[in-house]
Design a protein around this ligand. Structure first.
Ligand SMILES: [Cu+2]
Length: 790
């Protein structure tokens, strides 16, 4: 292959150098919409005046050459089965040979600019948001989840400094499908400390695709909320005629509150057909201070990520292998009894994409191995009664996905897929010397060889009926098997739970059926409407089913909610099934440049929602906590998202000014009890004013959150008052250099995070005696970021 590369490059160079004066030539790549070269495409170049006509066929890499042409005006046309016919008028002059790459569109979706094998690209749901992340976004965000915080339908639940948990329409964590570079990584921790987004630094993110609503079955599965798909940049390849391509980015940032700083480096070297890249990030922070000047303990963290990417393309194929190492030596959790004291992950992600001419095949195999350790961290160990308690978790994900997109006709595109995912989890707590029988003499086996396997099939058809109507119909089956081996506690005092658990048949198989129907109507150039219905299913996770101990100390370790409560699993849990009806209306100016407003009301009924029943409650000092068992309850969530933007001014002198806003409101309750669901984001809005002038961008943002008065009494969830925050940012781009400065919470407002859970640290610091309070958000923070591209 490498010889071929050199040979092709040399031939091209020779061809270029030998072009005679007065003669022109044309060369370039024939690409599919994802940027892959298409071999065997016939190109015709014809001059209708002179009658000169030439043809060429693209080679196995998709490169075509039309050398030695008389000057003139030609029509270049290309055709290939499965793709829309292509034609373009071009003028060849005496400036020598020209390079022209042409991109053929898959025929059924001529209007789509990027046709991928994802349904989201074949049919983009109106309630979906596709964002490209820029350097300014990265400088502003403390973690990858914060990149999504301003999107319609998204709210963030605090979960350590490295990864907030994004909630879509009130549903988060495993209720939403979270995909990073095509991988669905499982949280290997009874507190979900190593949530999927903790493995990717904001600097590594190229774009995000968020569907807060009816999700195409090709993008969903085993989830009932929407889908969030995060992608790092695609591997780069040299263009036709370019011998060796190199590029890279270096960036660093500093944030004043909590002395948060870090760096990111990425570099790639590529030929036409091979690409090798490295990216690495490092970030560290100490505890932040809230608006009252109080240090919020256990908000420190440190992490490193390294990824090596190898890729090859040619003859319509793309192969990408990513190997990554993640290391988080420590991360504090102010809303948990424990902290992360070690998390090492290794992953391999292999992607193979092939353009078959009649369709596009996209397959992936991935593997991740995580070793996770919890104990009391550096802040908690200074409190009275520190509880030294090592807990070790070992998680392994192994999965594949196969997706095939087939344009059936001008009108219909079919996508079919098959996916398999196996997650294996062991959770062991070593004995604490001298602490028997409570925490010794044996290790506590919390999960023994926990298995969760998902096998899925789906089929989906996107149809463009005419210029006004488009539909997407999909059906999907996920079969989920879970099981866990026999367990034992620290001592015989745990046998009252472990014996009956071990006697149970713990193997479960859930057969889940999902269906999606979406219809879009574009009556005129000013408005677009979409209605949809979706049925989605999520089977219980391993802890929801197999956390077996009703001992208070042990059940207090099972908690990914940050509420200080005590959780017990339930082997007989059924999968939760959501039925969502949603509509979106978008109104805009004809060119979609001046203004746009979007409104999405939605209603979700969730059968067998995995909520809780209270087993007991107990006061420790001035605070009361509950022991809760996971239980199926029917629930309902409804709400509305509103977003819009308007161009205020555009001029050469004053640049472009834009006002944008997003607002969300929702309610969720358990139907039999009438209780509010836990952590329902109150009414909230963000309004931003942005100005762009030459290399400058500047913006001011106001974030307003209403008081949270709807709370879950079973979990003793606390109300939080409303608040408003002011953020400013300024960026300057000068050639390959970019500088960002800004300030978050500039007025240093003291506020409680509505989805932050409780401040368990302060409660522990009081000797487990004070009235527990909600977690406070960070006070004023000034930041600066520098990015250099080379
Ligand atoms: Cu953990």
């Amino acid at each position: 292959m490498r010889v071929m590369v050199v040979l092709v490059a040399t031939l091209l160079a020779v061809a270029v150098c030998q072009a005679e004066p007065g003669q022109a030539g044309l060369t370039g790549d024939v690409l599919d919409p994802s940027g892959l070269g298409i071999p065997g495409v016939t190109l015709t170049l014809a001059d209708s005046v002179t009658g000169v006509s030439r043809t060429a066929v693209s080679d196995r890499y998709g490169v075509y050459r039309l050398p030695d042409l008389p000057m003139g005006t030609y029509r270049l046309s290309a055709s290939y089965p499965g793709f829309a016919p292509y034609s373009q008028d071009i003028t060849l002059d005496d400036k020598g040979p020209r390079k022209l790459d042409l991109t053929l569109q898959i025929s059924a979706t001529k209007e789509s600019v990027t046709v991928e094998t994802q349904a989201s690209d074949i049919y983009v749901p109106l309630s979906g948001t596709q964002t490209k992340v820029d350097d300014g976004d990265q400088a502003r965000s403390r973690n990858t989840a914060e990149l999504l915080g301003g999107l319609p339908g998204v709210s963030l639940r605090q979960n350590g400094e490295l990864a907030a948990i994004p909630l879509l329409h009130g549903m988060g964590d495993e209720r939403t499908k979270l995909v990073v570079d095509g991988m669905t990584v499982s949280a290997a921790c009874p507190n979900h400390m190593n949530a999927p987004l903790s493995y990717i630094d904001p600097s590594e993110v190229n774009g995000a695709n968020v569907i807060a609503g009816i999700t195409p079955v090709s993008m969903g599965g085993d989830s009932i909320g929407g889908t969030i798909s995060i992608d790092s940049p695609q591997p780069v390849f040299a263009k036709a005629g370019e011998n060796l391509h190199t590029e890279g980015v270096f960036s660093s940032f500093f944030r004043s509150n909590g002395e948060n700083y870090g760096g990111f480096l990425s570099a790639s070297v590529a030929s036409r057909h091979f690409s090798l890249g490295y990216s690495g990030s490092w970030a560290t922070n100490d505890d932040y201070s809230d608006g009252g000047g109080h240090k919020v303990t256990s908000t420190y963290a440190q992490t490193t990520n390294s990824t090596v990417t190898m890729a090859a393309q040619g003859a319509g194929n793309l192969v990408v292998l990513q190997a990554a190492l993640h290391n988080t030596p420590y991360e504090g959790f102010p809303n948990q009894q424990m902290d992360l004291v070690g998390n090492r992950g290794e992953s391999l992600n292999l992607r193979f994409k092939r353009n078959l001419g009649w369709g596009v095949l996209d397959t992936r195999v991935f593997w991740q191995d995580v070793r996770h350790e919890m104990n009391v961290g550096k802040d908690k160990s200074t409190f009275p009664m520190p509880m030294w308690m090592p807990m070790n978790t070992h998680g392994r994900d192994l999965a594949y996905t196969v997706k095939l997109a087939i344009p059936l006709s001008e009108r219909h595109t079919l996508q079919v897929g098959n996916e398999f995912h196996r997650f294996i989890l062991d959770d062991n707590w070593p004995a604490v010397p001298g602490a028997a029988p409570m925490m010794g003499p044996n290790p506590f086996v919390n999960l023994n060889d926990g298995h969760r396997s998902v096998l899925a099939w789906f089929a989906e058809v996107a149809s463009k009926w005419n210029s006004k109507w488009t539909t997407l119909l999909g059906i999907r089956n996920d079969t989920v098997w879970t099981n866990a081996g026999p367990v034992s506690g620290y001592s015989d005092m745990y046998a009252m739970d472990s014996d009956p658990f071990n006697a149970l048949n713990r193997s479960r198989a859930d057969i889940d059926i999902d269906a999606t129907a979406l219809a879009r109507y574009e009556p005129n150039a000013h408005s677009t409407y979409e209605i949809g219905y979706g049925r989605k299913t999520r089977a219980p996770n391993l802890y929801e089913r197999y956390a077996w101990s009703t001992n208070w100390m042990a059940s207090g370790m099972i908690n990914w909610f940050g509420d200080g409560n005590y959780y017990v699993g339930n082997v007989s849990l059924k999968p939760e099934v959501s039925h969502t009806a949603s509509a979106t209306a978008k109104w805009h100016d004809q060119a979609r440049k001046q203004w746009e407003i979007s409104l999405t009301p939605y209603l979700t009924y969730i059968q067998n929602y995995i909520g809780v029943d209270q087993l007991a409650s107990q006061a420790y000092g001035d605070s009361t906590f509950a022991q809760l068992q996971f239980a199926n309850h029917n629930a309902r969530i409804y709400g509305v998202d509103l977003s819009g933007d308007i161009a205020l001014w555009t001029s050469a002198r004053f640049g472009q000014g834009e006002l944008s806003g997003v607002a969300g409101w929702l309610r969720g309750k358990t139907l039999d009890t009438g209780n509010s669901l836990y952590q329902m984001m109150p009414l909230n809005a963000r309004v931003g004013l942005n100005e762009t002038l030459k290399g400058w961008t500047a913006g001011a943002e106001i974030q307003v959150v209403d008081r949270k008065s709807n709370v879950d009494p079973l979990r003793f969830e606390q109300q939080t008052p409303g608040y408003a925050l002011l953020n400013l940012h300024l960026g300057y781009q000068w050639r390959r250099l970019r500088l960002d400065v800004g300030g978050d919470n500039l007025l240093n407002k003291y506020y409680y995070l509505p989805l932050g859970g409780v401040n368990f640290d302060d409660y522990m610091a009081s000797g487990w005696s004070s009235q527990i309070r909600p977690l406070t958000g960070p006070g004023r923070s000034l930041y600066t970021g520098l990015t250099v591209r080379f």
